[in-house]
Design a binder for this molecule. Structure first.
Ligand code: IMP
Length: 421
């Protein structure tokens, strides 16, 4: 009954649409990693949303939306998103925030700025890395701390004092006021206090009772802290391998693992990108695909499909099925290139290097496939697509060894093919 949706590239694969579609049949939707660095584009009943933190079940009545322990929560962002969505659906979505989820506080965003890591790595500047760093250093503030205000004040006072000693010459840090921070945080948290609880227990019970649980991944495998292109990665586990740890339930209980991949590749921020196109085709993909960040508005770097990277991501996630998105963006491209191997130091390899330096040195080896010019609208089955598009889908299946269960060829929910596998 449980399904996980995971990105197989550098994020922005179109997970938002796929999750929104599948969430309509879910009893529980669980976001399991990252924070408001994510940007999921969702069209619900004709209205477009760019969500960052809320699980996709917020659009449906009776669905419990869980922010699991591996998520970092910015309560201001959460409040703003819930207000917008409540106005749209005419009610308040059901929400459960894991007591062990860490909170993003104003000083996390400040630290990212003064350390310069936002500019250096091209991060989303949402305070993600400093928050996960505090978690690992055991100096973070968790959602459960909001239920014990005295303890929260104590921990905040200690942490702010520590920051002031570490950043003795920085005026903005010197101006931090632990009491004021605690007052503000507790006021913002007030409407959420009843929603904070034992998420792992709730997920376990739902799975045991055979409820339909959907796990919603953010970012993509190549941004995974351990399995991505370190150090140009995010700070959470974006993969199925990390899911079990975040939710507190053994991952094998999730049998359907959908890896979402875009028909081409994009990346925002810094870091190696072997199949990047610096030519007119790259510009065409960006414009046709609307490839601008949902969270930051930055233009995304665009390139051909990199099946070496996808293959790595399929393995890390044990993907049982693929969801291929944005196939329509390739319509009208005469010749579509796909990379299945790299050239590195004069040799050909199909191994995805985990070191950014090694990856910078890789050159793509392309195979060319004929494109199609006909529009894809109205296709209900893969066989309804132009012959060359069918071949492209089959090529991806053959190269990855994983069947394509979903094909998306436009932003609207109806521009989707669902296959029974
Ligand atoms: P951070 O997650 O803000 O620390 O950013 C680290 C890297 O991950 C940067 O290159 C970001 O652009 C990228 N990133 C983080 N979240 C997303 C996402 O949801 N989609 C695409 N890229 C992301």
């Amino acid at each position: 009954m449980a399904t996980a949706i995971l990105g197989l590239q550098w994020g922005d694969e179109g997970k938002g649409k796929i999750t929104h579609l599948l969430a309509q049949d879910a009893d529980m939707v669980v976001r399991f990693n990252g924070g408001p660095n994510a940007g999921h584009t969702v069209i619900d009943r004709g209205v477009k949303f760019g969500t960052h933190l809320v699980p996709a079940g917020v659009f449906y009545d009776g669905t419990l939306n869980v922010l699991a322990g591996g998520v970092v929560v910015d309560l201001d962002v959460l409040r703003a998103e819930l207000e917008e969505i409540s106005a749209h659906i005419g009610g308040s979505p059901d929400l459960l925030i894991a007591e062990n989820a860490h909170l993003i506080l104003p000083y996390h965003r400040l630290l990212e700025e003064i350390e310069g890591s936002g500019a250096h790595f091209g991060t989303t500047r949402r305070g993600i890395a400093p928050t996960y760093r505090d978690k690992a250093a055991k100096v973070g503030i968790r959602a459960g701390d909001l239920l014990r205000p005295d303890r929260l004040r104590e921990r905040l006072a200690w942490r702010v004092d520590q920051l002031k000693r570490q950043w003795a010459t920085n005026e903005q840090v010197a101006a931090l006021d632990a009491e004021g921070l605690a007052d503000g945080l507790l006021a913002t948290a007030e409407p959420f206090l009843e929603s904070i609880g034992d998420a792992a227990g709730a997920i376990r019970s739902a799975l045991d009772a055979g409820r339909r649980v959907l796990f919603e991944g953010a970012q993509g495998t190549l941004l995974d802290l351990d399995h991505g292109t370190y150090p140009y990665v995010t700070s959470s586990s974006t993969t199925f391998a990390g899911l079990g740890n975040s939710i507190g339930v053994p991952a094998p209980n999730v049998a359907r693992r959908i890896g979402v991949l875009k028909a081409y590749t994009t990346r925002v921020g810094e870091g190696p990108f072997t199949t990047e196109l610096d030519d007119d085709t790259g510009i065409l993909l960006r414009e046709r695909g609307g490839e601008f960040g949902v969270t930051t508005g930055r233009p995304r770097r665009c390139g051909w499909l990199d099946l070496v990277a996808v293959d790595h991501a399929v393995s890390v996630n044990g993907a049982t099925e693929l969801a291929l998105t944005k196939l329509d963006v390739l319509t009208g491209v005469d010749e579509i290139k796909v990379c299945r191997t790299y050239r590195l130091d004069g040799r050909t390899t199909d191994r995805f290097p985990l070191s950014a330096d090694e990856m910078e040195a890789c050159e793509p080896v392309y195979e060319a496939l004929p494109g199609w010019s006909e529009g894809l609208s109205g296709a209900e089955r893969v066989e309804d697509l132009p012959a060359q598009a069918v071949d492209y889908v089959r090529f991806i299946e053959e190269a990855t060894g994983v069947p394509v269960g979903i094909v998306s060829y436009g932003p609207a929910p109806e521009e989707t093919i669902h296959r029974t596998l």
